[in-house]
Design a protein around this ligand. Structure first.
Ligand SMILES: Nc1ncnc2c1ncn2[C@@H]1O[C@H](COP(=O)(O)OP(=O)(O)O)[C@@H](O)[C@H]1O
Ligand SMILES: [Mg+2]
Length: 265
């Protein structure tokens, strides 16, 4: 099952919901001098197509380790991981690089846009790596930028855009290959409240179109946009529940206004 590079607006049909992510008893161990650090201690997790999941947990709980494995940037020490039905243990480094480019759209806390390149040129990059021709690249990048509300900012360089706009451009870059999974690590970590909500409304819209979104956050008011919350503690899943995202969001907005506390429970 290879996800072809297709028009960014296609993924709206949800007749079946195959698993985009299946983890079984995943252990990740790091060697630190002469001791072993167990960053993940047996994680099993299924994420279906169309899910919108927030991965939460305190610093050191294993969020980034999990993200690196799910994003095919690292491999488990033990256990199994299937990405979109493919057992990643069967893949070599070249295959992993290819699967990252085709199946996963990454969004990082620090945007990672190239300076002195227009928004549209930045968004085209994953298509360039995938060998798509320039004219077709430009067409799809323009569609992706329109999808995140940046249709009027195609020619702007990162320095000419606000933080929220830069992150929306990064989201456009993440969706331009029509990936099976959008994977975001603290995507609002560098943004003020208004820009954060702006970027989260883009993720919510992508989810509404049927896309699969996994985002890592330690903020409750950001997790409130997701329909499912998975909490990690000391390398283990300690909670996994569904929520009514609209209701959860309403609670947090009311709470934030009442207490000026921002991220509250
Ligand atoms: N490359 C590494 N080498 C050694 N220990 C690591 C490495 N990466 C993470 N760890 C350890 O694994 C645990 C989980 O880390 P991490 O996944 O970064 O957590 P989080 O992203 O939730 O803060 C921590 O104890 C951390 O110190
Ligand atoms: Mg981390």
């Amino acid at each position: 099952m290879i996800t072809t590079v297709a028009d960014v607006h296609t993924d709206t049909q949800r007749t079946t919901q195959p698993l985009v992510i299946a983890l079984r008893d995943v252990v990740k161990q790091y060697r630190m001098g002469d001791t072993d650090v167990q960053a993940l201690r047996g994680v099993s997790l299924d994420i279906a197509r169309g899910d919108f999941v927030a991965i939460m947990g305190a610093s050191g709980s294993g969020k980034s380790t999990l993200m690196n494995i799910v994003g095919c940037l690292d491999v488990p020490t033990r256990g199994h991981f299937w990405l979109d039905g493919v057992d990643v243990r069967t893949l070599d480094d070249d295959d992993l690089a290819r699967i990252r480019n085709r199946k996963i759209g990454f969004v990082f806390q620090s945007f990672n846009l190239l300076p002195r390149m227009s928004a549209v040129a930045n968004v085209e990059l994953p298509l360039a790596y995938a060998g798509v021709r320039p004219k077709e690249r430009r067409r799809r990048a323009a569609l992706a930028l329109e999808a995140v509300g940046l249709g009027q900012r195609m020619g702007h360089q990162p320095s000419e855009m606000s933080g929220g706009q830069q992150q929306r451009a990064a989201v456009a870059r993440a969706i331009v290959t029509n990936p099976a999974l959008i994977l975001a690590d603290e995507p609002t970590g560098n943004l003020d409240t208004e820009s954060s909500l702006d970027v989260m409304s883009v993720f919510a819209a992508l989810h509404a179109q049927g896309r699969t979104v996994v985002l890592i956050t330690h903020e409750d008011d950001i997790a409130a946009y997701a329909e499912r919350v998975v909490k990690l503690r000391d390398g283990r899943i300690v909670e996994d529940y569904s929520q009514d995202a609209a209701a959860a969001r309403g609670t947090h907005v009311a709470h934030a206004h009442a207490s000026h506390a921002g991220a509250t429970r």
